[in-house]
Ligand binder design. Structure first.
Ligand SMILES: Nc1ncnc2c1ncn2[C@@H]1O[C@H](COP(=O)(O)OP(=O)(O)OP(=O)(O)O)[C@@H](O)[C@H]1O
Ligand SMILES: [Mg+2]
Length: 292
């Protein structure tokens, strides 16, 4: 009898946990709160999320790592520096912003006006998705980011062209995202070499879309090829497609998914904290299927 009661209680707890939480943007600029953040403390970290090849998961990593870090540390800002093909806002649930990073870089607005706070306190500096806003002076990015405090994650454009390198230059630390295949890894190696030449602190590689099926490079091989640590392996996760469809980052959409757990581990590693995944994950994942 007691066991049945315990199981029902656990089931109800899990179901309420699985409630899909969206990040709601507060569109009125919270000037007071932002000013204290922008003018006050010195920036602690500016971390570029970069890749040699497009489409490997930078934006997914930026959005989810930003949320995970914010839960751990607070004072996290994510910046969409992919000026020509921006979509970080879409990953977070909104695409239309009155003032964007382009306006700041083109000196039409102040950074506080382009900073939006979500209901969970997570801050976002989006780029415009409009075709008319693909021109911005990215060389101003470095000085712009210096005005922010806390941990700043910069979602970068792919590749190694001039504009992408300006984004790398604006950051102090670099995380390279790559899928575990030779084409992505070859480009990742070039990116790492260039970032090191630019005296950036390359923290390591996030291996994304890992299948563990024997047809991909192993984390050890990746470390040997790239000469930097493999920070984590985010699995190929079918929940990712669903989370993108409902425009809610996976760590909010499915708190027990495999990818979610890896994002929390990565966040903890970046700030040298311990992370203990929730218990009975397989059961929780199984029960979660009935919720959606
Ligand atoms: N671990 C994963 N499992 C399943 N799908 C994933 C995973 N990571 C990313 N994806 C999917 O891959 C696609 C590309 O991801 P994303 O937009 O983050 O890449 P990107 O590197 O930012 O691309 P771009 O270079 O164009 O900016 C998205 O549709 C996303 O849903
Ligand atoms: Mg992207």
């Amino acid at each position: 009898m007691q066991l049945t009661f315990y199981l029902i209680k656990t089931y109800l707890n899990i179901m309420s946990d699985l409630y899909q939480k969206k990040e709601e943007f507060l569109f009125k600029n919270q000037i007071d709160r932002l000013n204290s953040k922008i003018k006050g403390e010195q920036t602690r970290r500016i971390i570029g999320i970069v890749s040699g090849k497009g489409g490997v998961g930078k934006t997914v990593v930026t959005a989810n790592l930003g949320l995970a870090l914010n839960k751990l540390e607070g004072d996290v800002t994510v910046v969409d520096a992919d000026i020509t093909a921006s979509n970080l806002g879409l990953h977070l649930g909104t695409y239309s912003f009155p003032v964007t990073l382009q306006d700041v870089l083109n000196r039409k607005s102040r950074i506080s006006k382009a900073t939006y706070v979500t209901s969970t306190g997570f801050m976002v500096i989006p780029s415009s998705i409009s075709v008319g806003s693909i021109h911005a002076d990215v060389s101003k990015l470095k000085n712009t980011l210096k005005k922010l405090s806390g941990i700043v994650l910069v979602d970068s454009p792919p590749g190694l062209d001039k504009e992408s390198l300006k984004t790398v230059n604006a950051c102090k630390e670099i995380i390279v995202v790559a899928t575990p295949d030779m084409p992505a890894m070859t480009n990742a190696m070039k990116t790492i070499q260039i970032a090191k030449k630019m005296k950036k602190d390359v923290l390591g590689i996030v291996v994304n879309r890992y299948n563990n099926d024997g047809y991909e490079l192993s984390p050890d091989e990746i470390e040997i090829l790239c000469g930097v640590p493999t920070l984590c392996k985010i699995p190929e996760d079918p929940e990712m497609r669903k989370s993108l469809f409902v425009r809610s980052p996976i760590i909010n959409y499915n708190i027990y998914s495999k990818a979610t757990i890896e994002f929390h581990k990565l966040a903890a590693r970046l700030v040298s904290k311990d992370y203990h995944p929730p218990k009975f994950l397989s059961i929780k994942r199984f029960l979660g299927r009935f919720k959606k």
